[in-house]
Design a binder for this molecule. Structure first.
Ligand SMILES: [Zn+2]
Length: 189
């Protein structure tokens, strides 16, 4: 590759979601591409097991603490990339679904479609644990039905990712549907 690597820095470290022993450093490198563009390369590598991911994201991606909101209204939006750090909270209020902060490896790094599949699988497992006459069944079936529509791009919803420390990000397919609200801007001396 003729691109130039400028610098590398560790921007965030957390316990490995796979082995729960090793530490993963997110290493950010900036590359200058021959056409003048700049890209960030993020590497997630565990020193203990072989868990690793690489991602190439635009340099303009916001990684500050804040509340990220993405409106999902069609199939294209399902391909928006999501990275949830262990301190990030992920919610779909329309479906009353959420992932609380914590080391849930399957919600770390995916796209909107991946998040819907994971919710669908979690809700299905929960449904099987209910009795046949459980009054909650109707509500659960509604949620599953809406998740199915969402996976086809036929259900409008909001994805909210709240990260008080920073490190989480959303790369929207359509920037006009994405909003970022900064958190914790007061400085303490
Ligand atoms: Zn590991």
């Amino acid at each position: 590759m003729s691109s130039e690597k400028r610098n590398s820095e560790i921007i965030y470290s957390f316990k490995c979601p796979s082995c729960e022993i090793g530490t993963i450093d997110i290493i950010k490198s900036i590359y200058d591409l021959p056409d003048g563009d700049k890209m960030l390369i993020l590497k997630f590598e565990c020193g203990n097991c072989n868990f690793h991911k690489n991602d190439i994201i635009p340099l303009t991606t916001n990684m500050d603490p804040g509340i990220m909101t993405l409106k999902v209204t069609n199939e294209e939006d399902l391909r928006s990339k999501i990275y949830r750090s262990p301190l990030g909270k992920l919610e779909i209020p329309e479906l009353e679904l959420k992932v609380e902060p914590g080391p849930r490896a399957d919600f770390y790094y995916t796209n909107v479609e991946g998040i819907l599949y994971r919710f669908e699988s979690a809700v299905s497992i929960y449904r099987r644990s209910l009795e046949n006459n459980d009054p909650e069944l109707d509500e659960i079936d509604d949620i599953l039905n809406n998740l199915k529509k969402a996976l086809e791009g036929n259900y409008k919803f909001t994805l909210i990712l709240t990260d008080p420390q920073g490190g989480s990000y959303i790369i929207p397919q359509n920037k006009s549907k994405y909003k970022f609200e900064k958190l914790g801007t007061e400085k303490s001396e």
